[in-house]
Write a protein that binds this ligand. Structure first.
Ligand code: NAD
Length: 443
């Protein structure tokens, strides 16, 4: 099938590449000419495991193309995906300007019937706004064409996005159009062979499903962080508690890890957006407000530990920081806990020597060059002349460090671990002061 995808970010690029991998003819459109030019030359703008080879091979095979030319891209297909960003507006609600701009672009260039599929995460009711914008644009141009607006939210996880798109847990199709359902079922058939993963529903439910999923996941994290903070105060160990509750199949072991807060481009923004949408319909989403508040506090936790350990004397200290991305296997720094920590450390006069396997360039892009940030080529180099080690992201490479080296290099044998990578007893035996989340030491 011929498919067009607007937006070549984490969602659009991965979906476009995966759809071409199974044989569809895909054009990805972006307004960012530099990105498009790079993609045509094999430069993948994001780090996502397994993405580069499929982008390159399908581009070479002519099944995947990149353009800034919306007109030719719209003419190419009768299924048009909107996968552009929906960043938070000033008040936290989702900003729909990019989504609606694409709707207008599509209508401007449409010359035949089309299925317009919103993949971006958008508040309930957005499909109506997309329809209105398309209709208005068609009317303005004196065109009368059939079109069907579908909500098909994306559930990929950054760091595992290619695999998630290749083997989706579910494919939600929110539509009131039989034609659109049939066309999307055909499009997704290659991903739907083992058992039926397609769930068809009304558009509003589909839009809400995406928010409900992300808010549930964020809730699990904030809940565990709340339990971790209680465990510290009660002298309990949250890791024992985690195993204890996870063994109940109604709770399960997935996604109940305590830590130094959730980040990324989705959970913070989607929780906020649903809180604002709830307010607009006269409902106070108290659980979600608490989820957000707990997370905000949790992101400051490592700094509280560090500040207390050093009695507030952080000026002139050097912090070795392992992990910058908001989670492993991505270079995404959006809302990363490391950013909150670094900014607090800098405000307190400390210097950060950081290492991350993938997110160094992104960190450089965000913060530019500054005297109190040194990006190091290896995790060992980050330890040079450092006073402490802090871990913000659970990359695999941090799991079994050379503890003797750590002890030799750090001026004080202290580790602040935001991801509970080590065992407190072992750390004590090795002579480290060890601060983890919900595992004994508290502030
Ligand atoms: P992103 O910021 O990485 O990429 C968005 C892209 O859209 C950019 O390249 C931008 O240049 C492009 N763009 C903006 N306006 C455009 C236009 N008019 N025409 C063509 N391209 C345009 O965003 P993302 O992380 O891929 O997220 C996209 C959407 O998917 C968001 O709504 C997000 O909430 C949702 N989502 C994201 C994830 C994730 O893990 N990143 C997962 C599921 C859903």
């Amino acid at each position: 099938m011929n498919i067009t995808v607007f937006g070549t970010g984490y969602v659009g690029l991965v979906q476009g590449a995966v759809l071409s991998e199974v044989g569809h003819n895909v054009i990805c459109v972006d307004v960012d000419a530099k990105k498009v030019e790079g993609l045509k030359n094999g430069v993948i703008p994001i780090y996502e495991p397994g993405l580069e080879p499929i982008v390159k091979s399908n581009f070479e095979a002519g099944r995947l193309n990149f353009t800034t030319d919306a007109k030719s891209a719209v003419e190419h297909a009768n299924v048009l995906f909107i996968a552009v960003g929906t960043p938070p507006d000033e008040d936290g609600s989702a900003d729909l300007k990019y989504v609606l701009a694409v709707a207008e672009t599509i209508a401007t260039h449409m010359t035949r019937e089309a299925v317009i599929v919103t993949k971006s995460t958008v508040p309930v009711g957005t499909a109506d706004k997309v329809k209105a914008r398309v209709q208005q644009t068609l009317d303005g141009a004196g065109k009368s064409l059939d079109y069907h607006v579908v909500s098909n939210p994306e559930f990929l996880k950054e760091g595992a996005a290619v695999n998630d798109c290749m083997r989706p847990d579910r494919i939600i199709i929110g539509t009131d159009s039989e034609l659109a359902e049939k066309r999307l079922r055909k499009l997704y058939a290659p991903f739907n062979r083992n058992h039926d993963r397609v769930i068809v529903m009304d558009i509003r439910s589909a839009e809400l499903t995406k928010y409900a999923a992300n808010c549930m996941l964020a809730t699990k994290i904030s809940f565990m962080n709340e339990m971790a903070n209680l465990a510290e105060r009660f002298g309990a160990d949250i890791e024992n508690v985690r195993k204890g509750i996870g063994s109940d199949p109604r709770i399960g072991y997935h996604f109940i890890y305590p830590g130094c807060g959730y980040g990324g481009s989705c959970f913070p923004k989607d929780v906020q957006a649903l809180v604002r949408s709830a307010n607009q319909v006269g409902y106070n989403a108290s659980i979600l407000e608490a989820v957000e508040a707990v997370n905000y506090r949790q992101k400051e936790k490592l700094f509280s530990y560090i500040n207390a350990h050093f009695n507030g004397e952080l000026a002139g200290k050097t912090v070795a920081l392992w992990g910058l991305s908001f989670k492993p296997n991505t270079d995404d720094m959006r809302e990363a806990s490391s950013r909150v920590l670094m900014e607090q450390l800098w405000a307190a006069g400390a210097k950060v020597q950081a290492f991350d396997p993938e997110a160094m360039e992104e960190t450089q892009r965000i913060y530019g060059s500054r005297d109190d940030l040194i990006l190091c080529g290896t995790k060992e180099a980050a330890l040079n002349d450092a006073d402490m080690l802090v871990i913000c992201t659970e990359w695999k490479t941090f799991r079994v460090p050379d503890f003797d080296l750590l002890k030799n290099k750090l001026s004080s044998a202290v580790i602040f671990d935001g991801r509970n990578l080590f065992e407190p007893e072992e750390m004590a035996e090795r002579g480290f002061a060890y601060y983890a989340i919900g595992r004994g030491l508290s502030v």
